[in-house]
Design a protein around this ligand. Structure first.
Ligand code: SF4
Ligand code: SF4
Length: 391
């Protein structure tokens, strides 16, 4: 229930045609006013140069900057106004709280936004097991003796190609639509505050390079960010790289395999020397190592970094990445053995759970952060509106 002064503030803002900030957004605005006077962290990441272009912070400024931040912790460990100082500045934590609000605000369908708060480790595990059971039932319908262990079966004797396409295509299409609408709404919201014009080739290339190299995970000085204490570490950057490129290699493997199937008439299973298998194995190993490293970093993270309430969402997503990659590699190692049907059901169940939760979990961070980096590259090429005002 809202306090009386909040209701009065809301009524005043509505009368003036202003957007009322949520308590978390108002807290970010308060802290950014302090940072704007201090500016010690100017070179750490994209947030501070974006901040210096503003004297006050409206809701769309805050949404934009919250998604430029990735809670590396550098500005908290450097801050002379952090706890126990009365100013209580903690940019990574306050930004993380707003980021969650932005995921919920821009979620499509809107009613699914609340899932960001419910998504967690147990949901990930239970969803994987339920979907694996569902896949196993479909397998048994196709071949009733599939789990008897009496016969060694081939991949497509267990589950036909069309059955797999029917299972995954609707989920994949839904993900593209849901994330696409969320991204479009977010970009429309922040576009006016970062310049109405579209991104130039130069700005797009710079933003892409920053995303692919995870530039801002270097702490601004190249030695990395803080995780558990004041020491700098590149572990977070490396773990993100392994995870991201592992995921992309697995995706490339599926894409090439689809091309082999439909265009070349070459059907799975493929030998290790073939491109789909090489990409899949390399991607699986990279994804597994990267996501285990991310889990370790998340569990050892400093208590004041990020928002502790979002830990279950982070861990749920990481668990699904670990389950997907580990079951995929085990499936490959098991080959045509009696364990194959069970591993296939678990692997497909984990991939379905991963893609079903993709638009309502930690994956959204990559999408919105990428969009914010593009807008940052656009904005930095424009003259500061503060200078224009002085003229
Ligand atoms: S985080 Fe602290 S040290 Fe950094 S700019 Fe803000 S107030 Fe200054
Ligand atoms: S936590 Fe890291 S990314 Fe976020 S504002 Fe501070 S230095 Fe920038």
């Amino acid at each position: 229930m809202k306090a009386l002064h909040e209701l009065v503030q809301e009524a005043k803002a509505t009368a003036l045609g202003q957007v009322v900030l949520s308590p978390n957004e108002a807290e970010v605005a308060r802290q950014l006013q302090i940072c704007n006077a201090c500016r010690y962290c100017e070179s750490f990441c994209a947030v501070f140069p974006a901040m210096t272009r503003r004297l006050s912070f409206e809701q769309n400024d805050i949404h934009y900057m919250a998604n430029l931040c990735h809670s590396c912790g550098a500005c908290l460990h450097a801050c002379q106004y952090a706890d126990p100082h009365d100013f209580q500045v903690n940019i990574p934590q306050s930004m993380a709280k707003v980021r969650l609000e932005t995921y919920q605000t821009y979620a499509w369908p809107k009613s699914m936004g609340k899932w960001y708060q419910h998504n967690g480790l147990w949901i990930a595990i239970c969803l994987t097991l339920s979907l694996a059971f569902f896949v196993a039932l479909i397998m048994m319908k196709q071949n009733s003796s599939v789990f008897d262990g009496t016969k060694v079966l081939g991949f497509y004797d267990i589950l036909g190609h069309n059955a797999m396409v029917n299972l995954f295509a609707p989920i994949f299409i839904f993900d593209v639509i849901a994330l696409g609408i969320g991204l479009f709404t977010f970009l429309s919201k922040i576009a006016p505050v970062t310049g109405e014009v579209g991104a130039s080739t130069q700005a797009t290339l710079e933003a892409t390079q920053n995303m692919l190299t995870l530039k801002y995970l270097d702490g601004g000085h190249g030695e990395g960010c803080n995780n558990e204490d004041d020491a700098f570490t590149l572990a977070k950057r490396r773990a993100h790289h392994l995870t991201f490129y592992g995921f992309m290699l697995c995706f490339a493997s599926t894409t090439v395999a689809t091309f082999y199937h439909y265009a070349l008439g070459l059907f799975a299973p493929y030998d290790l020397s073939t491109l789909p298998k090489l990409l899949g194995v390399l991607g699986g190993v990279s994804l597994l190592i990267g996501s285990i490293a991310l889990a370790k970093l998340n569990l050892s993270r400093h208590k004041d970094h990020g928002d502790a309430k979002q830990k279950p969402m982070d861990l749920g997503f990481i668990a699904l990445l670990i389950l997907t990659s580990s079951t995929g590699l085990l499936l490959w190692l098991a080959g045509k053995t009696v364990a194959m049907p069970l591993l296939l059901a678990l692997h497909l169940g984990s991939i379905m759970a991963l893609f079903l939760t993709l638009p309502y979990g930690k994956f959204a961070h990559g999408i919105y952060r990428g969009a914010a980096l593009v807008r940052f590259a656009v904005e930095k090429r424009q003259p500061s509106r503060l200078i224009l005002k002085e003229d």
